[in-house]
Design a binder for this molecule. Structure first.
Ligand SMILES: [Fe+2]
Length: 352
């Protein structure tokens, strides 16, 4: 199926309206040669139709010699904006940036947000944007869950596959992604619909067991066998299983950086329009697979950088790993039971 250009402009109009773009606003479209040309056009047209002042910032692409693959999350930290203060000033001058290039996990992005500029990342294919068009209900559902996570001192995750993980919380803020950037200094990603925080430094511990069907990003693969990760004092210390464990071990080792093993963001998926199955229908070069990160009731954990909340781990390797069928508890209160969202009440939606 394919979304036509007229529909794509309409979709952008809805999301930019939710992001408070109007005639008082200036909108920068950040792009590089690999940006989806249709997305760039539609974002520009939609912002113009809303009366905004629009300009484009195009940067030459950046490729780190150690980077592998085309996935935009496969190398974090340095971007095309690194060391380019003139372009940075141009972006900071905007009220809202539509990022079709990918600044995520860069210190430059954090600096831009501190000036009050909002950023909306949009790098998924038009058909994925259309299926997961955000609305006010998505925001309400994610914020209801955030109100619980913000107060929590401890997250525990267990599963029939053998996961038994605990993460003391409180050192880092809760981050929400509901699909639009409607507050000063807010970063968001269309599409999304989940929330997360970071464990207190050097305190996460236990075992996380990837069951068959769980998803590894940026590999964009469904696990075909169990992979066990042992976590001590905030770091993955052992990865064992069969071939897939060996692959993960070798991939992380390649970066030659002990910080890649740090436990990064942890949280759960709340987007009912995101599908666990979607990744199987896409080519690996079709965007970054937000379906896997956002599907309803997943436990999403990650390894590597924590710079987006002021941490010191600026490391290029970032694994996002989505587990199904977990129990997630906050201070003893179950929020996800066997992969089903059970609390808070406002975050539940009817499925199907
Ligand atoms: Fe991540």
């Amino acid at each position: 199926m394919a979304v036509n250009d007229s529909q794509l402009v309409q979709l952008f109009e809805q999301v930019l309206t939710l992001s408070k773009v109007d005639a008082s606003q200036s909108v920068a479209i950040l792009k590089s040669h690999y940006s989806d040309a249709r997305t760039v056009r539609a974002a520009t047209d939609a912002a113009l139709r809303l009366g905004a002042k629009v300009y484009a910032v195009e940067l030459p692409s950046f490729n780190h010699p150690r980077a592998m693959g085309n996935d935009m999350t496969a190398y974090c930290g340095d971007t095309a904006l690194t060391g380019n203060p003139a372009a940075q000033r141009a972006l900071e001058a905007a009220d809202l940036i539509v990022d079709t290039m990918m600044l995520l996990h860069s210190p430059e992005q954090e600096q831009i947000l501190k000036t009050g500029t909002r950023i909306l990342l949009a790098v998924e294919p038009p058909e994925v944007l259309a299926r997961m068009l955000p609305d006010a209900e998505d925001k309400a559902r994610v914020l209801a869950a955030a109100a619980v996570l913000e107060q929590a001192q401890l997250m525990q995750v267990k599963s029939a596959a053998g996961s038994d993980f605990r993460a003391p919380l409180g050192q880092y803020p809760t981050v929400t992604e509901y699909g639009y950037a409607d507050e000063p200094g807010r970063w968001d990603h269309w599409p999304s619909g989940f929330l997360f925080t970071w464990p207190n430094e050097e305190q996460a511990e236990g075992v996380l067991v990837l069951e068959v069907g769980d998803i590894l990003l940026p590999f964009k693969s469904y696990a075909r066998e169990r992979i066990t990760l042992e976590i001590e004092k905030g770091f993955v210390t052992r990865i064992h299983g069969g071939f897939e464990a060996e692959y993960l071990r070798e991939y992380m080792k390649y970066f030659n950086d002990p910080e890649v093993y740090g436990i990064s963001h942890i949280g759960w998926g709340l987007q009912p329009r995101a599908q666990w199955t979607a990744m199987g229908l896409h080519d690996k070069n079709d965007g970054m697979c937000m379906d896997a990160r956002a599907f309803y009731g997943n436990f999403l954990f990650s390894t590597g950088p924590n710079t987006e909340v002021g941490g010191t781990r600026k490391t290029p390797c970032h694994m996002d790993i989505a587990l199904r069928r977990c129990d997630i508890a906050l201070d003893g209160q179950t929020v996800v039971a066997d992969g089903e969202v059970v609390a808070p009440a406002a975050s539940r939606v009817r499925q199907g």
